[in-house]
Design a protein around this ligand. Structure first.
Ligand SMILES: Cc1cc2nc3c(=O)[nH]c(=O)nc-3n(C[C@H](O)[C@H](O)[C@H](O)COP(=O)(O)OP(=O)(O)OC[C@H]3O[C@@H](n4cnc5c(N)ncnc54)[C@H](O)[C@@H]3O)c2cc1C
Length: 447
């Protein structure tokens, strides 16, 4: 079948690869000049690497098997990583059980309660009841105030900005389940992986596999309208022309879906309450010297404007980054926050001020570049009873499908879940996708 896919992020490209393998002829439309969406790359001059930090966990089995399937298994690299905390203007490593037991900001009792919280959380399966309590109340109840203030609160701030107060306990439940799966059985070491060369290696391979299967990825093409073709199939109108397909799969965000898709093809039912989105401002800092030995350095210091330091070069070999060191400094906030739209210079100056607080010895001559990247809509804010307010998407045309991350209600946003969702979709619609497009008579009879 001739299948059109809207969006060349990981969802769209992974789906295109899977459908190409099943002998469909796919065309992927992407409005940006390069593929990848949130997992795209940045050209730093001396090297190219992920625009936002990405790692693979040893338990990301769908993603790992996908990487193997596209022939990049030999490019997977694993490293033991360290986690740190910047508290009271000091940095502590809390990367193994012993360091954790020694972690001065927490008493032995607080540590015991923290350990209990993590163990208890990892055993919960019924996430629905966690939607009814805020993450703050839940963690205070389980871990106590001291542990909450010193440890959980900085972590929540790092991931959610000030909005953490409105978020349900599902957020930390899914986070703990995912992050603690990165530890080996003795819980003493954390492993993180990546594909050599970053997501660019994966994206290049996907575009290549799709082309070799007779399909194409059309970059810099914005989809403006999607509607039922006059005769059979679905028509896609772009800023470059129009094309008719037997089937269409839309992988972009819900707000774009509502703007471009004819309501005769899809029904988006909201609860009346608007879904709020988190965005991220992220500085990608390239230095001549290593900045941190930690993959994640959580920050509990209100003077520091960013909420974490991500030492990408603790996972990635400096051979991949022209002998230089790559560190990301993220700050999460609501996508509607004015700060999200501040001029790049202003954000950079503010982040640089924070950098000086944390790394007073860092010399200007050691900084190669400091780029500010922003992603306005990263993921919905998982507020109380989130699964009840999230819009549901019901397609009304047998040849139009929607597959996007808005459907993740009880999971953190990650590419393992993306691949799992893609594979479930292909499994579910394999038979439907090989059927020819509905005729006007078919449509009449299903109306
Ligand atoms: C800071 C950050 C850190 C992350 N870290 C990790 C990590 O460590 N591990 C991990 O697994 N995941 C991580 N993720 C998540 C990962 O990036 C996402 O899971 C993934 O990129 C989602 O892909 P997607 O295709 O569903 O969505 P998107 O990447 O948003 O793709 C949607 C695409 O649709 C295109 N589009 C939209 N409208 C149109 C239109 N009208 N016409 C044509 N094209 C259109 C967009 O341009 C975009 O390319 C991270 C994300 C961020 C932001």
């Amino acid at each position: 079948m001739k299948i059109g896919i809207i969006g060349a992020g990981m969802t769209g490209l992974a789906l295109a690869q899977r459908l190409t393998k099943e002998d469909h002829e796919v065309t992927v439309f992407e409005r940006e000049p390069q593929p990848g969406g949130l997992a795209t790359f940045q050209d730093h001059g001396e090297f190219i690497f992920d625009r936002f930090y990405h790692v693979i966990l040893p338990t990301d089995r769908y993603l790992i098997s996908f990487i193997e399937d596209i022939g990049l298994g030999d490019k997977l690299r694993w490293r033991t990583t360290l986690t740190g905390f910047f508290v009271d203007r000091k940095t502590y490593s809390v990367s193994n059980a012993l360091e954790y037991l020694k972690f001065p900001p927490l008493s032995l009792w607080s540590k015991f309660r923290l350990g209990f919280t993590i163990l208890y959380c990892s055993r919960i399966n019924d996430w629905q009841r966690l939607e009814k309590i805020t993450v703050e109340d839940w963690l205070l109840k389980l871990s106590g105030r001291a542990t909450y203030e010193k440890l959980w609160k900085p972590l929540l701030l790092a991931k959610l900005g000030e909005n953490y107060r409105r978020v349900s306990a599902v957020f930390i439940w899914s986070y703990i389940k995912r992050m603690f799966s990165a530890r080996d059985k003795s819980a003493s070491r954390e492993q993180m992986g990546h594909v050599w060369g970053g997501y660019k290696t994966v994206l290049d391979r996907l575009v290549d596999v799709i082309a070799r299967g007779g399909g194409s990825v059309k970059l810099g093409v914005t989809v403006k309208r999607i509607f039922a073709a006059e005769d059979r199939g679905v028509e896609v109108l772009t800023d470059k022309g129009s094309e008719t397909f037997d089937k269409i799969v839309f992988t972009g965000p819900v707000n774009v879906l509502q703007q471009v898709v004819d309501p005769a093809l899809v029904d988006v039912q909201g609860s009346g309450k608007d879904v709020e989105y988190l965005g991220v401002l992220c500085m990608a800092l390239v230095t001549r010297i290593p900045l941190t030995p930690f993959y994640v350095l959580n920050i509990a210091d209100e003077q520091v404007p960013f909420t974490g330091v991500i030492g990408m070069s603790t996972v990635v070999d400096t051979e991949e980054t022209a002998g230089l060191y790559l560190t990301y400094l993220p700050k999460y906030m609501l996508s509607t926050d004015d700060e999200m739209r501040l001029p790049e210079e202003q954000v950079r100056d503010d982040f640089m001020r924070g950098l000086r607080i944390m790394f007073p010895d860092l010399d200007d001559t050691d900084i190669v570049s400091a780029r500010i990247h922003r992603a306005v809509k990263v993921q919905p804010l998982q507020v109380l009873n989130f699964s009840e307010i999230i819009p549901t998407t019901q397609t009304r045309h047998p040849d139009f499908f929607v597959l996007n991350t808005a459907q993740f209600v009880n999971n953190t946003l990650n590419n393992n879940e993306v691949i799992r969702a893609v594979d479930t979709f292909v499994e579910m619609y394999r038979d439907t996708l090989v059927e020819g497009p509905a005729t006007p008579a078919d449509l009449q009879s299903t109306a």
